[in-house]
Design a protein around this ligand. Structure first.
Ligand code: GTP
Ligand code: MG
Length: 353
């Protein structure tokens, strides 16, 4: 079979011509707009059959060829040795626009994974998410993905005025906007029209949004970051021990990973804290606050980051110092970094000590 680019769902309009199937099937599909793998995988077999006039057997054959051509094939160690190109390279990530944070995250917020930031109220979780929602729009060579953000608010109104303040700073002062010959890079709507906001109040709507609404939005808008602010707010306290809560959490975690992997985007889930009750027999005492949603949720995220607000050590320092710490991650060492929040957004400290 003629191979489409291995591992990615081909969006190219010539994809279908490279399939090793009867030319008549290819022609019928092409004539009716089924040119990319994406257009075929996204349609039901009945639709394809009706629109293109293919028989049920031909349609099944077409779909299975498309799926085979897009599934990532495993390679052997010998192939890796012969041709290093078959080894997937590092994926791009979204710069925080703050060197100390990029350093502990080894470049920024990773795509194709689910990252949680938890911390007490006022620690700065929403500020971090807003900054990333702006940063992701920068081109790849400036630390972004050149894409937009889907921002899901579950607890309070989207902080539109604060976003505007941060975006205003970016469009005026960011070297990319300053150097860009295109004047739209300096206009506010360019930076805010790419942030799609959805307010959601319960778990059912959240799942529906992630499984259905976001994939539909992504058919015509490029999205590189999905933020949930916050994930704990959709779970009611009285559901804490219920089985349906852990089922919903599992479904949510699965849907978020699916989205991150199939759309090559970063998922950022903000989480609240809850007070730690009981006693840890292994470690003696532990922090007063732990991330909300318990072990079921902890097992569903890839990376956990803890955000805290430290009070200034000296009277000269009036701005609170924030600290972001890597709690766990498959590839990052445990590390932490200090930063501050100003009107412009997240900033490195002049003197990190
Ligand atoms: P919850 O949503 O309540 O859980 O809190 P959060 O962790 O999301 O906190 P949020 O991101 O809303 O951070 C609020 C803090 O950010 C404020 O207490 C301020 O210290 C800081 N902040 C927000 N806007 C500004 C600003 O314009 N200038 C400065 N200097 N700080 C700001
Ligand atoms: Mg918040």
């Amino acid at each position: 079979m003629g191979m489409a680019s291995a591992g990615c769902i081909g969006k190219e309009a010539t994809f279908i011509e490279r399939l090793d199937i009867h030319p008549r099937i290819i022609e019928s599909a092409k004539r009716n707009g089924y040119t990319s793998a994406w257009s075929i995988i996204n349609s039901s077999p009945e639709d394809i059959e009706q629109r293109s006039g293919l028989t049920a057997a031909e349609t099944t054959h077409l779909i299975s060829c498309v799926v085979n051509a897009t599934i990532k094939k495993p390679c052997t160690a010998w192939q890796m040795f012969q041709c290093p190109d078959v080894v997937p390279g590092p994926y791009p990530c979204i710069s925080f626009g703050c060197q100390s944070l990029n350093k502990i995250l080894q470049g920024g917020l990773p795509i194709r994974s689910v990252t949680e930031i938890y911390g007490p109220s006022g620690s700065g979780k929403t500020q971090v998410a807003l900054q990333l929602a702006i940063q992701v729009q920068l081109p790849v060579n400036a630390g972004g993905l050149g894409k937009g953000t889907a921002y899901i608010c579950t607890e309070s109104q989207f902080p539109a005025r604060r976003l505007r303040q941060m975006a205003d700073h970016c469009r005026v002062h960011h070297p990319f906007a300053q150097c860009s010959p295109n004047s739209s890079s300096r206009s506010l709507d360019k930076w805010t029209n790419n942030i799609h906001v959805q307010h959601i109040a319960n778990m059912e709507d959240l799942l529906n949004c992630i499984q259905k609404q976001l994939p539909m939005l992504m058919q015509h808008r490029e999205v590189g970051l999905v933020v949930i602010d916050s994930v704990a707010a959709v779970f009611r306290v009285e559901d804490a021990q219920s089985q349906s809560r852990s089922q919903s959490l599992t479904a949510l975690g699965y849907a978020l990973h699916q989205l991150a992997m199939t759309k090559n985007l970063a998922v950022l889930a903000l989480n609240q804290v809850t007070s730690a009750r009981g006693h840890d027999v292994l470690h003696g005492s532990f922090d007063d606050f732990v991330p909300a949603l318990g072990l079921a949720w902890s097992n569903l995220i890839t990376t956990r980051l803890a955000l805290s607000r430290k009070y200034p050590q000296s009277q000269q320092c009036v701005i609170p110092v924030r600290n972001l710490e890597v709690h766990f991650s498959p590839w990052l060492p445990r590390a932490s970094a200090n930063f501050i929040i100003t009107e412009e957004g997240l900033k490195d400290m002049m003197n990190p000590n």
